[in-house]
Design a protein around this ligand. Sequence first.
Ligand code: AMP
Length: 377
Amino acid sequence: MRMILPGKTIGVLGGGQLGRMLAQAAARLGYRVHIYEPAAHCPAGAVAHKEINAPYEDTAALTAFAKECDVVTYEFENVPAAPLQAIETITRLRPHWSVLATTQNRAREKRWLRDNKFPQAKFAEVAAGGDLAAGLREVGLPCVVKTADFGYDGKGQLKVMSEAEIPAAAQKFAGQPVVIEQFIDFACEVSAIVARSPNAAVRVFPVAENIHANHILDFSIVPARVAPAVAAAAEKLARLIAEKIDLVGVMGVEYFVTKTGAVLVNELAPRTHNSGHWTLDACMTSQFEQQVRAICGLPLGAVTLLSPVVMVNILGDAWANGEPRWDTLLAQPNVRLHLYGKAEARPGRKMGHFTVTARDADMALELARKYQARLPG
Ligand code: AMP
């Protein structure tokens, strides 16, 4: 398989923090990076060789962008799939557009998982204008109703606990296609980041344990504090999913771990993942470097964990009383800080993250909670 060597140009659709950290990793390996992003002054554009601002539907702009790139990838799922198909006639697109088409819609993703016999929560689909109550009865209560399209970080989700809440749910999702999912009273959530290269080599990073707050990732803990069999099951599923979907690139796979130790797939993301940011500071290869290696056909890097680590997301909320206390955080010798260069700190917006390394995961989490509490200005 032909390698795309350093010096060549990697195109990235999407200009958020994942594109930014990809551009930084690519630059370290000597690649050029072009970012295509509708909104000007994006986090990735600030550290790339070129930033193109145009809508994803602008075929002329997209064609011109693709012509300058030796390979194109994407850093978030909400790129419309049709323009991606057009790119594939001009240059290499990795992962293939059909991977994105499957994973950007919850209903399609769940159908794909079911058809390929991967374990997941029981679900039902309700078309726009369909009978939500019937779907809720099919899955059973409690359950979670989610919009089929364009959902992330708990946006477009509603937990339904009792019959009495059904009318409110029907009203909230009126006219939208949804999936209804059995509510899983999980023991914990874990994720695995898998990379697969054009010659079908696969590497899976050590599994992370994830703690969410208000549906947004708060902490990722590595190694995950789960039984070895649970971590092994999560890694194996990630590998099998990458093979089955014919991934070339990186994919984040999120799971629920039930109280009996079953591992259920929650969500797939055909890109680097927030729960893999710890790899920048505590792994032989970062997920962003691994993405570069995978899409360029280079040998995949080692995924050896260098130290127990906890990653903490920094949301815009930390700015509520002014600039966060960077001085306090940066005074810690076991902390590394990553900020994404976003000008406006809105509540819930991911502004950066930091990692804490320690002798074990419990100690790293204890320190991470302490540093997080001290951060707001
Ligand atoms: P999602 O965007 O689907 O990954 O959901 C965001 C978060 O909401 C998950 O990481 C869980 O913490 C919670 N959640 C989503 N679906 C379920 C479910 N079926 N059962 C329990 N918790 C859920």
